[in-house]
Design a protein around this ligand. Structure first.
Ligand SMILES: *Cc1c(COP(=O)(O)O)cnc(C)c1O
Length: 359
């Protein structure tokens, strides 16, 4: 068997221990005599799985008691509609900061239902920084304020939260459990699982209870947070196997020492890569240093042919999915929780070798 170092932005690599555990439990989960995939979601065995997944989210993220933890479907993108439909029935207005494609898409989707005020954008410099905010541009009657915490495609992240007087909503798809986040500062947080939490098909939503139950009349039953909150994420069949693997990932995070311990490792990994990018004469990071993501590091050589040569040679050497997003070009290394320090060290070694051979 030869597993590669997978730098995919998502779906992305999972801890090998998790895959092995899933493998050993594939044919028979516990003493159930069946695979989790074959299990009724109404069975006691499955209830235990989803209950421990929720308990682990609460423990690892220190979720306060007045928040619901939901496991939904439809990916991060469905949240782009659920958020305005559920949270903006009062004034039908919200503020958005445009820091990249995912924030842009979220704002465009919200605009189908409500008035969107784009309070700032970093589009002028290909989203290579997090814009400074001016409170005088905020709407006084916004129902919520929306940010994308970590920008997967452009490689930026917030290090300081906006100071707004309305519920703060954040897309944490690509940084969930990679660094400590104070849940109590937010009205709602959401993350598609396929970057840091498990396979595609599950979306984690953490929402303050008082924001549930006031959806617009047009809201489909399945897009109403109340439907899922009232039914323990089991109004209909949940993505059972995805939630099970997510539970295994959460157990793995706990074994690593929790989110704080992972954050330290992630900071170390990011430093190894960014230090090299800053010292290299060939490769260069595309993001301003103060806003660099811990999870997604885009970089370029400045020469498209050389970029392509690098991506091809890296792939042949076992470092895969390093091609940058089509809108940025160049390269991007996604170094989520499951990427070991060694993977980043070996990548940097390979980049140094490539640099010396191609200068
Ligand atoms: C991947 C991603 C999304 C989209 O998630 P889907 O599950 O594919 O809908 C949204 N926001 C961010 C920040 C992402 O990284």
């Amino acid at each position: 068997m030869s597993r590669v170092y997978n730098f995919s932005a998502g779906p992305s690599m999972l801890p090998e221990e998790v895959l092995k555990k899933a493998q050993t439990e594939m044919l028979e989960y516990g003493t159930s005599g069946m695979s989790v995939m074959e299990m009724s979601h109404r069975s006691k065995d499955y209830q235990d799985i989803i209950d421990s997944a929720e308990a682990l989210v609460r423990e690892l993220m220190h979720v306060p008691d007045n928040y619901k933890v939901l496991f939904l479907q439809g990916g991060g993108s469905t949240q782009f509609a659920m958020i305005p439909l559920n949270l903006a029935s009062k004034n039908k207005k919200a503020d958005y900061v445009i820091t990249g494609q995912w924030a842009k898409k979220a704002a465009a989707e919200a605009e189908r239902y409500i008035t969107v005020n784009r309070v700032a954008s970093s589009a002028d410099k290909t989203f290579s920084y997090i814009p400074k905010l001016d409170k005088s541009t905020f709407s006084s009657d916004a129902d919520y304020f929306y940010i994308c915490y970590n920008n997967t495609i452009y490689g930026t992240r917030y290090t300081e939260l906006p100071q707004c007087d309305v519920p703060l909503i954040a897309d944490i798809s690509s940084c969930v459990m990679s660094e400590e986040i104070d849940v109590s500062k937010f009205g709602l947080l959401f993350a598609g699982a396929q970057k840091n939490l498990g396979p595609a098909g599950v979306t984690l939503v953490i929402v303050r209870e008082d924001l549930i139950g006031d959806a617009m009349d047009i809201t489909p039953t399945m897009l109403d947070y109340k439907t899922h909150a009232d039914n323990g994420s089991m109004y209909n069949t949940p993505p059972t196997y995805g939630i099970y693997v997510l539970k295994l990932v959460l157990e793995w995070i706990k074994e690593q020492g929790g989110v704080k311990a992972l954050q330290e490792i992630n900071e170390k990994k990011a430093k190894i890569l960014y230090d090299y990018l800053d010292s290299s004469k060939m490769f260069k990071g595309t993001v301003v240093p103060e806003d660099r993501s811990l999870m997604n590091a885009p970089f370029v050589t400045g020469n498209e042919e050389l970029d392509a040569k690098f991506v091809a040679e890296a792939k042949a050497a076992g470092f895969v999915n390093l091609k940058g997003h089509r809108t940025v070009g160049g390269m991007r290394a996604s170094i989520y929780n499951a990427m070991p320090v060694e993977g980043v060290e070996k990548l940097v070694e390979f980049m140094k070798k490539f640099e010396s051979e191609n200068m």
